[in-house]
Design a protein around this ligand. Structure first.
Ligand SMILES: Cc1nc2ccc(C(=O)NCC(C)C)cc2n2c(-c3cc(OC(C)(C)C)ccc3Cl)nnc12
Ligand SMILES: [Mg+2]
Ligand SMILES: [Zn+2]
Length: 344
């Protein structure tokens, strides 16, 4: 099973980063995918510190370093669902908490901020680059464990997160009271299970209604819906960056989808068109994904927080780029040749 060596922990604790994170790390257009892999764990530690969470929750730094190293090791090298995805999702939760002043303004508590950030880091642990329906159709061991409850992969990600928290020297929550501890684990459970796309689709109408009515600070349902919204926005945050990041991410996602499609064909099952490298039209699929999933959630975020409007604008700009690519492609498809190279 996974091992983390004491010298790895020491290297993180003495990390050579300037004591404070560079100011640009806290900007919306900063792409965490540009951070050196060997520096990611240091950045995570600094982000927790920057938000005062290490201090507030009496988190021992060597415990946090060890926890972060175990989480990083807990990701496989799938094209998209790997450590850099988790690190990017975590970074966005830091951006939202810091730039929207979510704790100071009372939208979320400090404990909810801690749970949100830890959930972002752990939310796709041990992902194999295949979907829930693939687990069920091919009868994987994860499906036999979790298919009766649904959200097969998300239940596995949660189990992996709890396993790391229970590993010697990794329990970052041992400074919490037992009441805070059980509240925090309930939050992490709900937040990681909320990353199932099917769960998100069930919630989004209530989130739209909340944004239209206006956030009610005393309404526990509103507070819960906001945490789920922040989780989904973080999971999709690559689409709020510049075109190169947004397009590169789509490339990685389709590498996973097409590999799954190849597997399904080899098993005699017909893949979804989105997963069939012979049939998928990536620009059109991305326009649909941005229109139906991404832009709606950042529209809700922008309605609740006008300062987040720049994020919605970025997703709309990226959709426009795909529309231009699609127009260009359909001209080339008619003339018989096409490749994604034009986007290079
Ligand atoms: C660039 C990009 N293209 C995608 C294209 C299609 C789909 C897809 O699943 N389509 C199925 C139909 C029914 C909608 C997801 C895509 N996707 C995700 C993603 C989001 C997820 O769920 C949350 C975060 C809750 C929305 C879960 C898994 C993934 Cl891979 N992340 N980036 C992408
Ligand atoms: Mg996931
Ligand atoms: Zn994810």
């Amino acid at each position: 099973h996974m091992k983390v060596h004491p010298e790895d922990v020491q290297r993180v604790l003495v990390c050579e980063l300037p004591h404070e994170l560079m100011p640009e790390v806290a900007l919306y257009h900063f792409s965490p995918r540009k951070v050196e892999e060997s520096e990611c764990v240091c950045y995570c530690l600094k982000m927790f510190e920057d938000l005062g969470l290490v201090q507030q929750w009496q988190i021992k730094k060597d415990t946090l370093a060890r926890f972060l190293l175990f989480v990083k090791k807990g990701y496989r090298d799938a094209p998209y669902h790997n450590w850099y995805h988790a690190f990017s999702v975590f970074h966005f939760s830091y951006l939202a908490i810091k730039n929207l002043h979510l704790v100071e303004k009372g939208y979320i508590s400090s404990l909810e901020a801690l749970a949100l950030m830890v959930s972002c880091l752990c939310h796709d642990l041990d992902h194999r680059g295949t979907t829930n329906s693939f687990q069920m159709q091919s009868g994987t061991e994860l499906a036999s464990l979790y298919s009766s409850e649904g959200s097969v992969m998300e239940r596995h990600h949660l189990a992996q997160a709890l396993c790391i928290l229970n590993t010697d020297g990794c329990n970052i929550f041992d400074g919490l009271t037992s009441k805070q501890y059980s509240r925090c684990l309930d939050l992490i459970r709900d937040l990681i299970l909320a990353t199932d796309l099917a769960h998100h689709i069930r919630l989004v109408q209530d989130q739209e209604k909340m944004a239209t009515e206006g956030f009610d600070f005393n309404n526990s349902r509103h507070r819960q819906l906001l945490l789920f919204l922040l989780m989904t926005c973080s999971d999709l945050s690559d689409q709020t960056k510049d075109w190169k990041v947004s397009r590169t991410t789509a490339d990685l996602v389709y590498q996973e989808f097409f590999s799954q499609g190849d597997l399904e064909k080899a098993m005699g099952n017909a893949p979804l068109e989105m997963m069939d490298r012979e049939k998928a039209r990536i620009p059109d699929l991305q326009i649909q994904f941005l229109s139906h999933i991404v832009c709606p959630v950042f529209k809700i975020l922008a309605q609740l927080f006008p300062d987040a409007d720049c994020l919605l604008q970025s997703t709309l700009k990226n959709r426009h780029c795909w529309e231009q690519a699609s127009a260009f492609f359909s001209r080339r498809w008619e003339s018989g040749h096409s490749s994604l190279d034009i986007l290079r």
